[in-house]
Design a protein around this ligand. Structure first.
Ligand code: ZN
Length: 303
């Protein structure tokens, strides 16, 4: 295929696009606000493609990352509630705009591929990208290839239910990891945090607020559980944290490593796995999903 690799990340508030150069670097980029509903989303893709400065060779392939349930083989997206999409043949719509073959991928899976590439992992390495945003979900790259799973559910660790008495989750189960280890979980337990509940929570906890310390404790312990689930199921080299909560940086990573070490203190088995040293935070999450979407557009198809 000649022509440029284009990646588009359709997020809840903005749609970001990149053009990759031959080495996988970013040759051009653009972003626009994301519209609502099928027409709004497709208009955002049209607008962001119009803003991108294209190389002379034109568009070779397009990859699109989007939240929701994605059928990559058919390019359909369903249940993207925040975008107002019930069921959309997004791949066909984007292909008509771009005049090039299109691959549609779940946004967290796209970000996992982008993180793998941007962090410079070699083809024989593996990582889990744990996205801590409004929800909790992971994308898994094994030996350099995205692992979607037989039904596309690989990495959906946020919906592992661990507490039958826990609060009702958006998925219909009770006590999912996401009900304690996500931005929505913090907003529910720390309503005084307003528009930036996680930042507010960590500031209040640092100032000694007992309630905030408890909510932060549950958040950290739950993220630690998700990290252990990922290591104990697929034993990836590293678990890379991304999403809004990960932008806390060391304020998240330091207590998370402490929690992982606490669990090791009574378990020689866990201690033998070195999990605290296998957790890292994505240094720059800004374009990771768009870059990953561009790579998904050209990656060999895997199950
Ligand atoms: Zn759930």
């Amino acid at each position: 295929v000649t022509g440029a690799r284009v990646g588009i990340d359709i997020g809840g508030t903005k749609t970001q696009a990149v053009v990759l150069d031959d080495e996988g670097g970013i040759a051009a980029e653009a972003k626009v606000p994301t519209g609502f509903g099928a027409e709004g989303v497709i208009a955002s893709v049209r607008d962001v493609l119009a803003l991108l400065s294209m190389p002379d060779a034109g568009i070779g392939t397009v990859g699109v990352g989007i939240p929701g349930a994605v059928d990559p083989a058919r390019g359909r997206v369903t249940h993207a509630v925040n975008l107002g999409l019930a069921d959309l043949a997004l791949g066909d719509a984007v292909a008509a705009l771009a005049g090039a073959p299109v691959t549609v991928e779940n946004d967290v899976n796209a970000a996992a591929l982008g993180a793998f590439h941007l962090l410079g992992y070699g083809p024989d390495r593996s990582l889990a990208y744990l996205n801590l945003g409004t929800g909790m979900a992971a994308g898994i790259v094994l030996d350099g290839r995205l692992r979607r799973g037989a039904w596309g559910a690989a990495g959906e660790v946020g919906h592992i239910a661990v507490d039958p008495e826990g609060v009702l989750c958006s998925c219909g189960q009770r006590g999912c990891l996401e009900t304690l280890g996500s931005g929505s979980a913090v907003a529910r337990q720390w309503p005084q945090g307003g528009d930036h509940p996680v930042r507010s929570l960590f500031e209040a906890a640092a100032a000694g607020d007992a309630l905030a310390i408890g909510v932060r404790r549950r958040l950290i312990d739950t993220v630690a559980s998700a990290v252990r689930v990922l290591v104990l199921t697929v034993d990836v080299d590293d678990v890379v944290l991304g999403g809004g909560i990960a932008s806390l940086g060391d304020r998240l990573l330091d207590p998370l490593r402490d929690a992982l070490r606490d669990a090791e203190s009574t378990s020689p088995f866990l201690a033998s796995l070195g999990i605290p040293d296998r957790v890292r935070i994505l240094p720059s999450k800004r374009r990771v999903a768009a870059v990953g979407a561009a790579l998904a557009g050209t990656a060999p198809k895997s199950p």
